[in-house]
Design a protein around this ligand. Structure first.
Ligand SMILES: [Fe+2]
Length: 330
């Protein structure tokens, strides 16, 4: 990645420390001008080329056309109209350089506040990761009283790995840092008796539990099952407690703490805890290791939420197993 100029190294050091210790960090963009510019760019792309996704969100990855793979399908639907085909071909061809240009523009603007290069290179140097990609996208979710996405972790096992038994390719050791940059007005009270609603909730200290449980599955100490949702991860933690895998004292305590910290988290927002809700006013940035348990929270009845995301994928060539059983990634 090209060297970006940052004016704020201390905030990046703070982000690294927080990610290292609990898997979660915050930042507040100082310049409101940057927030307004980013909001304009994101809204423009979503309004013009956004595609409908899960939870009625409209998503854009800053291409001119949502997905060039639809090129032939789109031509077919237009009954081979030559003018339409040429126009579509041109926008598809222009889409990639356009996306590259917008991505550079956004990252340059953000790097006045957050030093992505410094953060990435620190994780690479200290933990021997390789930088795979840095992607930028945006989405807008309509106002909602229900959870937009229930509690889950990312980087979960693939179907192939679960079904292939010991012959399956082992999952690689990866670290995905997600920067959620909130750009829309702060979500407000759904009703006056309730606490203000958030847009994203992340449970601290859960990324390493996910990694630890992954290792136990790979070692064959606990069953090889899906590990995407919170309930699935909790079941794996209970299996680890009951299994003969002889967890150390520290590991046993971490499992116990994890189960009690997530006890009241549910897909029903009425019984759900709000203690993991995060700030979401315009300019708030939440940075987290996406192995942490997180959810798209209810946003209330008044406002949609507009989010810009920067996703950094780092990877090691070896499997997770190469590390010790409970190894703090950071
Ligand atoms: Fe996620």
């Amino acid at each position: 990645m090209r060297k970006l100029i940052s004016k704020n190294k201390s905030s990046s050091i703070d982000i690294i420390e927080k990610i290292n210790s609990v898997g979660l960090a915050f930042y507040k963009i100082n310049s409101y001008k940057i927030v307004l510019s980013l909001r304009k760019i994101c809204n423009y792309h979503i309004d013009k080329w956004g595609a409908l996704k899960k939870g009625n969100s409209v998503f854009s990855d800053f291409r001119l056309k949502w997905d060039s793979r639809n090129f032939f399908k789109a031509i077919k639907e237009e009954n081979y109209n030559i003018l339409f085909s040429v126009k579509l071909l041109i926008t598809t061809l222009l889409s990639y350089p356009w996306r590259f240009f917008v991505k550079r523009y956004i990252l340059n603007m953000l790097s006045r506040e957050i030093d992505f290069n410094y953060i990435i290179s620190t994780f690479i140097k200290k933990h021997h990761y390789k930088h795979i990609f840095t992607s930028v996208d945006t989405y807008r979710t309509p106002a909602s009283l229900g959870q937009v996405i229930p509690w889950h972790r990312d980087g979960s096992f693939t179907k192939e790995f679960i079904s292939n038994g010991s012959d399956g390719t082992l999952p690689k050791d990866t670290l995905t840092l997600k920067f959620f940059i909130f750009l829309s007005p702060k979500t407000t009270y759904a009703d006056k008796n309730k606490a203000p609603l958030s847009s994203l909730s992340v449970i601290p200290n859960t990324a390493n539990i996910s990694r630890f449980l992954d290792r136990l599955v790979i070692l064959g100490d606990i069953p090889r099952t899906d590990n995407w949702s919170l309930d699935m991860v909790r079941n794996l933690a209970k299996s680890a407690q009951q299994s003969q895998c002889k967890c150390s004292k520290e590991e046993t305590l971490l499992l116990k703490n994890f189960l009690s910290a997530t006890e009241n988290c549910s897909s029903d927002p009425n019984v759900d805890t709000t203690k993991y809700d995060l700030p979401n006013e315009p300019g708030s940035v939440v940075i987290f290791d996406d192995y942490s348990l997180h959810r798209g929270s209810p946003t209330g009845t008044l406002n949609s939420r507009l989010v810009l995301r920067v996703i950094v994928l780092l990877e090691k060539s070896e499997c997770i197993l190469r590390n010790t059983r409970f190894d703090k990634i950071h």
